[in-house]
Design a protein around this ligand. Sequence first.
Ligand SMILES: Nc1ncnc2c1ncn2[C@@H]1O[C@H](COP(=O)(O)OP(=O)(O)O)[C@@H](O)[C@H]1O
Ligand SMILES: [Mg+2]
Length: 323
Amino acid sequence: MGVTKASEKCREIIESVAEYFVGSKLVITKTLAASLVNGHVLFEDYPGLGKTLLAKTFANVIGAEFRRIQFTPDLLPSDIIGTKVWRSREGVFEFVKGPVFTNILLADEINRAPPKTQAALLEVMEERQVTIEGETYRLKKPFFVLATQNPIEYEGTYPLPEAQLDRFILRLSTGYPRNIDEECEIMRRRLKWGKDDPTQDIKPVISLDDFLWIQHKVEEDIFVDEEVIRYIASIVRSIRGDPRVDAGPSPRGSLALLKLSKAYALIEGRDFVIPDDIKVFVLDALAHRIVLKPESLFEGVDPREIILSIVSRVEVPKGREKL
Ligand SMILES: Nc1ncnc2c1ncn2[C@@H]1O[C@H](COP(=O)(O)OP(=O)(O)O)[C@@H](O)[C@H]1O
Ligand SMILES: [Mg+2]
């Protein structure tokens, strides 16, 4: 019991999001897996590929509070975390909480804000609290960020520093429609909705309490065998040792794979992790954590190819399904 029921709820979430977002259900599933472990997701792709739609739909389907911040060049750190305001009648400064005090934060077009503002967000993403003049304010639970950005080669953007990309558990792309049917389906839905943004009409399919309950199941009830731990470690260490790589994934990358694979196992209705769960996430959880050597960068080496070649070589633990 328990895991099966949680898995059914997860299916409902995925199906509901798929009623709006046209494309790979795996992208929705991965977003859900990240959210179940309070992991922040960065959607990176060209404009108009449904990034904002996916993030907004996902946030609406979960019965949690969410806020959206449109990042712009003049956005200030205080527009995110909040600010102290002088209350003259009481003669005190009061902290007015910013939009980061919510369950799900949509940070739209995150790379349009200058580094100082990005840094303010990335810092709270990691710390899950805000400290202002020595006073600490904790963020809500759950809390995770769904951020979008256009590819960095776009003009007028401030690329996220590599060190801070590491704070996203996954970097996903929504991608172009995969075939003519998907292309048409996007237009059909627009006709059905009768408006560009249908997301305000979405009803949650899961309450905040049930969502927290599933998060708890992922944490407590999914078994990870020692062999699986070694499998993750071998992959990460091989990437780090690759001659084309300057800096490979940190242990934060291994932990990302560990947590995501547990969430994925639960979504699949299993109470234990198998090596295939790791494979689902290797590219999206690790590619953005790899810094290439300058010469490899120059030669146009793709970190994803490095990961794939390593995963095809690392020995997969077999046999023992469950202890
Ligand atoms: N995969 C998709 N599924 C459904 N609608 C889509 C998809 N891709 C684009 N659209 C539609 O195209 C428009 C642009 O999408 P949007 O989410 O704003 O793109 P982005 O944030 O990636 O620039 C929206 O009206 C959206 O509904
Ligand atoms: Mg957008």
